[in-house]
Design a protein around this ligand. Structure first.
Ligand code: 5BU
Length: 263
């Protein structure tokens, strides 16, 4: 007699939770609105660092195209750490092409970004088709996916920082509000708390770098500019003790956030 085949489904408890809700829960549960921008060229080093700092962050942002040792096995390892220590993975891909091309860039090639990145960053410069294409492509993945629209950049002279452009980005977010869960911004763009405002260009001691990056402090980013999430890179990466510095940024960022939103 032939036995019926047993279908074993190994469920990741996070799969079924919409990404927006998951993000908000992580922030509250971990008391962290800190995103570490791990701009390192070794994925092994990022994995090691995320094992140490994962407890302090709500999200880890990477640039997969600067990695010298990328492999799908290693990125799966990072994904496992992110699930275990409960933070999201953001690939800062800054998609900026026509819909058909970005759908391929998102799902194919060496990086297969859609397989592992909870969130990606997107320029709306080419028009809303870019978001439509990414959302459609994400529907082929068995986990909740989302994106952050780049509304304003932190770098000196950024052409994104004009009102018409930003209004176009907000309109696009409203049209695709299931997939768009927030913005990369330098100011508060909407009163709706549906959209998480994520602000890079944050440093407690430096005001900029030699290549046009401009920094504000966590307090200026959150209180002055309405950030929910603060994105910090070299302030932590270049510090003598990355773990201690990440803890300090976590505390400072969440304290200001609590004062403003949760008191
Ligand atoms: P930093 O080391 O904290 O300066 O790194 C900032 C990171 O945020 C880096 O990965 C940039 O690519 C990213 N970034 C930014 O700095 N400014 C922007 O407007 C956008 C992204 Br969009």
């Amino acid at each position: 007699m032939q036995l019926p085949t047993l279908k074993i489904e190994i469920e990741d408890k996070n799969i079924s939770i919409p990404i927006r809700q998951r993000f908000q829960t992580i922030i509250k549960e971990k008391k962290s609105n800190l995103c570490l921008s791990a701009d390192l060229t070794s994925l092994d080093e990022i994995i090691e660092l995320s094992n140490l700092i994962g407890k302090n962050i709500c999200m880890l942002k990477i640039h997969c195209d600067i990695l010298t040792d990328f492999s799908m096995d290693k990125i799966q390892e990072l994904k496992d750490v992110s699930r275990r220590l409960n933070f999201l993975l953001l690939e800062d891909r800054k998609f900026a092409d026509i819909g058909n091309t970005v759908a391929l860039q998102y799902t194919k090639g060496l990086f297969q970004i859609a397989e592992w990145a909870d969130l990606v960053t997107v320029h709306v410069l080419p028009g809303e088709g870019i978001v439509q294409a990414l959302e459609q492509a994400a529907q082929t993945i068995n986990e909740s996916r989302g994106c952050l629209l780049i509304a304003q950049m932190s770098s000196k002279g950024a052409l994104t920082n004009n009102e018409d452009y930003v209004n176009g980005v907000i309109k696009c977010a409203e049209k695709y509000s299931d997939f768009v869960i927030g913005f990369i911004s330098q100011s508060r763009l909407t009163t709706s708390d549906k959209y998480l405002h994520c602000t890079p260009g944050v440093h407690l001691t430096n005001t900029g770098d030699q290549l046009g990056q401009q920094y504000v402090t966590p307090r200026q980013a959150i209180d002055g500019r309405g950030a929910d999430i603060v994105i910090v890179g070299r302030a932590i990466l270049d510090s003598i003790n990355r773990v201690k510095t990440a803890e300090a940024y976590q505390q400072e960022c969440y304290q200001v956030y609590e004062e403003l939103h949760l008191s």
